[in-house]
Write a protein that binds this ligand. Structure first.
Ligand code: FPP
Length: 247
């Protein structure tokens, strides 16, 4: 049974997994060890989210800006993602987890794109947690691609600029069929969104946690859910508490 503190479970939790490098530095270890420990935290978080009844979990695995890191680190990160999909796909599939990938796919290397597509294809009919992996993802790039699609519709005479709505823009994003995140968590004490789900975050609750990502675990995930349940979401209107007393 869900405890009363967790009475409101967010439908969609999105996480900026930050602090792998600092976790490793603090221990005098190479950054790559921080990333490997980060994958263990990913596994634990996916299980915790599924157990909690969260429907969508989005993880920021690799941003479109991450290509500017040293080549060895880029290769480490891609290698870890490849290994994660190869090793964990069967188990995720058994657990009825559906995998979705968001981000720019056009120019992705041939050693990663087919794996991502296979993960999506294999799990497409699964009905428990949807694990959304943001890979080569940048929110501004996603919005630019959506704007370009609508501009082409206008150019072709199929759409008038005056008829463009917020829903139409949402419908052209990579997340078109995914609800907006209710809760966005960033670990490591940094307090910014770093080009992650900017459009979709309009009414998300933001939670900045001091822990480095490799230390993130089931308990911290449930702590985050408790904070979320205690927040008063107003979506630009009045608090449900205020409204209830007629104030
Ligand atoms: C931030 O730490 C983390 C990343 C850039 C990547 C996160 C990737 C993983 C956890 C591994 C692969 C993902 C999956 C879904 C299997 P940082 O290197 O920016 O840390 P720092 O800010 O302390 O240097």
């Amino acid at each position: 049974m869900v405890s009363p503190e967790l009475a409101i479970i967010p439908r969609h939790v999105a996480i900026i997994m930050d602090g792998n490098g600092r976790w490793a530095n603090k221990r005098g270890l190479p950054r790559t060890i921080g990333h490997s420990k980060g994958v263990e935290a990913v596994r634990e978080t996916v299980k915790a989210a599924a157990d909690a009844g969260v429907e969508y979990l989005t993880l920021f695995a690799f941003s479109s800006e991450n290509w500017s890191r040293p080549e060895t680190e880029v290769n480490d990160l891609l290698g870890l993602l490849r290994k994660f999909i190869r090793r964990d796909l069967a188990e995720l599939h058994r657990e009825n987890v559906r995998i979705r990938i968001i981000g720019e796919r056009e120019k992705l290397r041939s050693d990663i794109l087919p794996l991502l597509l296979e993960a999506e294809e294999t799990t497409r009919h699964n009905t428990s947690l949807t694990l959304v992996i943001a890979f080569n993802y940048g929110s501004r790039d996603e919005i630019v691609r959506a704007a370009a699609k609508l501009a082409r519709e206008v150019q072709a005479g199929r759409l008038s600029p005056d008829d463009i709505t917020a829903q139409m823009i949402s419908g052209e994003l990579d997340t078109a069929d995914i609800p907006d995140p209710d809760l966005i968590i960033r670990t490591s004490g940094e307090e910014r969104l770093s080009n992650f789900l900017l459009w979709q975050a309009a009414y998300s609750e933001l939670l900045f946690m001091p822990d480095y990502w490799p230390d993130f675990d089931r308990n911290l995930f449930f702590d985050a859910l408790k904070v979320f349940a205690s927040r008063d979401r107003r979506f630009g209107g009045l608090s449900s508490k205020t409204a209830a007393v007629g104030g």
